[in-house]
Design a protein around this ligand. Structure first.
Ligand SMILES: [Zn+2]
Length: 194
């Protein structure tokens, strides 16, 4: 009488399939991570990368004067001065001859280049710690400047003028810094830059 072999434990197909699926998922996730890391370093990601890096930086404790040839002691402390009955001066006025170069005080991303309202010809720059830097009353913009451009500190933004509501005043740069809670006085940091 033949002895039938003891029944072998049958492989459980369910478990093998689950393992294969799990390995495939792991492989896909790894591939996506590699792809994302590669893309993050590509030129088309320069702007998001700069915005990310800038927003993680601390606010600068010192800043250069944004107008060429002007020293900090020449700048009057007019931040917060009343402007009419319902407005306060949300920045500094830095006087210089029309056409004097205006340069970015920080590394940043150009948020806006426009001609409107009180500021006239203006440039907005997204800077370290997410602070927005406002350069207004420009006579002209720097020729190569473009919205979305990543710029280094010292990059030319334009030239001093009296556009916007500065029409009746001598040419000057209105320079403002806006943080999460509104306007900040740039002067202490410009004085610290000496
Ligand atoms: Zn002003």
């Amino acid at each position: 009488m033949a002895i039938s072999p003891a029944p072998r434990p049958r492989p459980r197909p369910g478990r093998a399939d689950a393992l294969a699926r799990w390995l495939l998922t792991l492989l896909l996730v790894a591939a996506l991570l590699v792809l994302a890391a590669w893309a993050w370093q590509q030129p088309f990601m320069a702007r998001p990368r700069a915005l990310w890096e800038l927003s993680r930086m601390p606010p600068p404790t010192s800043l250069p004067v944004p107008v060429q040839g002007v020293a900090p002691p020449q700048i009057a402390a007019t931040f917060g001065a009343p402007r009419g009955s319902d407005r306060r001066h949300e920045g500094l006025d830095i006087f210089a001859a029309r056409g004097t170069p205006v340069r970015s005080t920080t590394r940043g991303v150009v948020l806006a280049i426009r001609d409107r309202g009180l500021g006239g010809r203006q440039v907005w720059v997204f800077g370290p710690a997410g602070e927005r830097h406002y350069y207004a009353h420009l006579d002209a913009w720097a020729p190569a400047l473009a919205e979305g451009q990543v710029i280094e500190a010292g990059a030319p933004l334009g030239t001093v003028g009296n556009t916007g509501n500065a029409r009746t005043t001598p040419p000057h740069l209105h320079y403002g810094i806006y943080g999460g809670d509104g306007a900040l006085d740039p002067l202490p940091r410009i004085r610290a830059g000496r």
